[in-house]
Each structure stands twice: as structure tokens, then as C-alpha cells.
Design a protein around this ligand. Structure first.
Ligand code: AHG
Ligand code: MN
Ligand code: MN
Length: 309
């Protein structure tokens, strides 16, 4: 069949259908997640700030916005009819939806949310697995992963296993293709050191910091979505969040923070490690699992892994 009415600009839906060529159910789910992102952006701009009074499974105080973003994401997942279960930073354990549905979703509804009052960039992170199991999978088994970055521009970035592609939210609420096949070079010039206070009790991390300070440039915002997006758009860089006394496994959560970003970074030609293996091969053991994370330019990931040993 010849398509006569081609869209003038490539929308996310169009990209998923004609370039990524994913199954329709996965396309609907990704478009619904992008709609949640569009609504979360609106909530960030218009809703009251402040604490909700509750705390999440990690004992962290939840902002009203953390909860609102979580509800928006959950509503879209439920509406999509494609989600068997999900794991969110803001809920204990796995939440069941429709066990016969084809996909499971992991997400951090608002990453870097404590930065919102400072008007820094923040984001949402997601990963999608086939079937109704999350625990026991490895991030290599993602059928899709991505993030939404709420900065001066709102971007949707995804991979379904054929590169990483970025879309810009238009004034009328449509994500339009901005850059296809984001790539990461082997050598890093920028560094992003998370959980930096760990240098006091992790001598390897101090060595890594000393080595970075010799020649490299610091780029760190405190929101991993923005910090890793920086690497993906500049085409080089290193991001780390490793363990010390307070957080022996680093601060980041394996299921919905490390896993999706390991998938995206490796899809862009970079590397990921937990200090010994690729994060793509690390088993998901629990929703609240933490993991050290070193991602970015391949040669630099190797250097840092050696220094940490
Ligand atoms: P969240 O807001 O979802 O709790 O996540 C914040 C995370 C991540 O975005 C960032 O990289 C890290 O916390 C910041 O850690 P440091 O404060 O140690 O830099
Ligand atoms: Mn987070
Ligand atoms: Mn969060």
C-alpha cells in the first residue's frame, strides 16, 4: 500500500512504526510513556512544590511532584493495556496490572527531583521487558529503554535495540525527531563523579578523581538523566556513582536507574560496568537493589574499573 499522507516531520509514533519497526503493542506503550512525560513536564511547571509528608522504599522523603509523576506514569501504563506489572522507585516491590499483558515496565518517575526548586534539569527513566517477570532478568533483555529530560527543552530519548534516538517536544505536545543514532566515542574529556564523598573511604575512587582532575573537565548536575544525556549529546564522557561507607553499593538503583542507562549507553557505543562486569549482564534481584555504576566512553570505563580494583 502506498502511503499518500506522509507526515512532514517525523513524530515518535512514525519513527517507531517505520524505522524501529517495533510490534504495535510496544509502539503504543512507548507513545503512552511519552504522553506521561508530556504531562509530567506540565505538572513540573504548574504544580505546587514541597514535601508530600511520606517516604519511599529507600527511606527518602517524597516530594508532592514525585508522587504526582508516579501517578501520571501509572495511569498511562494502565490505560495502555500492555503492562503486566511494573516496578517504580515510589512503590515497594512489583505492582501487578494485567498479568496477561505483554510487557513489564521499570521506572523512576522523577529523577533528580530535589533539584526542581533550583530549576535544574530533571528527568524520568524507564525500561521495558517482555513478559510478566522483572526479577531474574538482566538489562541486556530490555526490549526498550529511555528517558524524558525536562530542561530548557523537553526531550524523549529511546532505544529499542537499534541505536539511540532523541525527540523534541513541540508546542502542541508532539515529540518530533531531533537526532538519530547518538554515539559515544572511546575517549572521554568530561567527567561526572556521583556519590563523590565516597572518595574518603574508597581509595580507588580517589585515584579516579585525581586522574580525572589532571586533564578532564567536570560536568555534573546531580541529575543522572541530565548528566548522562550530556555524554550522549557531546558524544563522550564518563559518569560514575560508586560505593563508600554510607552507600556500599553506591546510591543508584539497579532496576530503574542503572539498567536502562547501561542499555542506552551501550546502544550508543559506550560501555557500562559495576566494577567487574557489564551492567547489562547483572541480574535484577530485587526492586530496591543498588549497584555501583560506571558508564560512558569505553577506554575511560576500562581505566576507572582498573583504578577501582
Ligand atoms: P532520585 O531523585 O530519583 O532519588 O535520584 C537522584 C540520583 C541521581 O539522579 C543522581 O545521579 C544521584 O542521585 C546524585 O547523587 P549524589 O548526590 O551523590 O551526587
Ligand atoms: Mn533517580
Ligand atoms: Mn526519583
Amino acid at each position: 500500500m502506498t502511503l499518500v499522507h506522509l507526515p512532514k516531520r517525523s513524530t515518535l509514533n512514525w519513527h517507531l512504526r517505520t524505522k524501529a519497526k517495533v510490534p504495535d503493542a510496544l509502539r503504543h506503550l512507548l507513545v503512552d510513556i511519552s504522553r506521561a512525560g508530556r504531562d509530567i513536564r506540565y505538572a513540573i511547571q504548574t504544580s505546587a512544590g514541597g514535601l508530600s509528608g511520606g517516604s519511599n522504599q529507600f527511606g527518602e522523603a517524597q516530594l508532592k511532584l514525585d508522587i504526582l509523576a508516579d501517578e501520571l506514569m501509572e495511569n498511562y501504563l494502565r490505560e495502555s493495556g500492555t503492562v503486566a506489572c511494573y516496578c517504580s522507585e515510589e512503590h515497594d516491590g512489583i505492582v501487578e496490572m494485567d498479568t496477561s499483558a505483554p510487557y513489564s515496565v521499570v521506572f523512576d518517575p522523577l529523577d533528580g527531583s530535589s533539584l526542581v526548586d533550583a530549576n535544574f534539569a530533571i528527568g524520568s527513566i524507564f525500561g521495558i521487558y517482555a513478559g510478566s517477570e522483572i526479577i531474574g532478568k538482566t538489562p541486556r533483555e530490555h526490549v526498550a529503554a529511555g528517558y524524558i529530560l525536562y530542561g530548557p527543552r523537553t526531550l524523549f530519548v529511546y532505544s529499542t535495540g537499534d541505536g539511540v534516538h532523541a525527540f523534541l517536544l513541540s508546542d502542541i505536545g508532539e515529540f518530533i525527531v531531533m537526532q538519530e543514532y547518538l554515539g559515544i566515542a572511546d575517549v572521554a574529556k568530561n567527567f561526572s563523579p556521583g556519590n563523590l564523598s565516597a572518595i574518603h573511604d574508597n581509595p580507588g575512587y580517589r585515584k579516579a578523581l585525581d586522574h580525572w582532575l589532571e586533564t578532564m573537565t567536570l560536568r555534573y548536575s546531580g541529575c543522572m538523566v541530565a548528566d548522562i544525556h550530556h555524554i550522549l549529546t557531546k558524544g563522550q564522557g564518563i559518569f560514575a556513582n560508586v560505593g563508600g561507607k554510607k552507600y556500599p553499593q553506591g546510591k543508584l538503583r539497579m532496576v530503574f536507574e542503572c539498567g536502562p542507562f547501561a542499555y542506552l549507553v551501550e546502544q550508543a557505543g559506550g560501555a557500562s560496568s559495576d566494577g567487574s562486569i557489564s551492567l547489562l549482564d547483572k541480574k535484577l534481584t530485587a526492586c530496591d537493589q543498588r549497584s555501583p555504576m560506571i558508564v560512558g566512553s569505553k577506554e575511560e570505563v576500562e581505566v576507572v574499573v582498573k583504578l577501582l580494583k
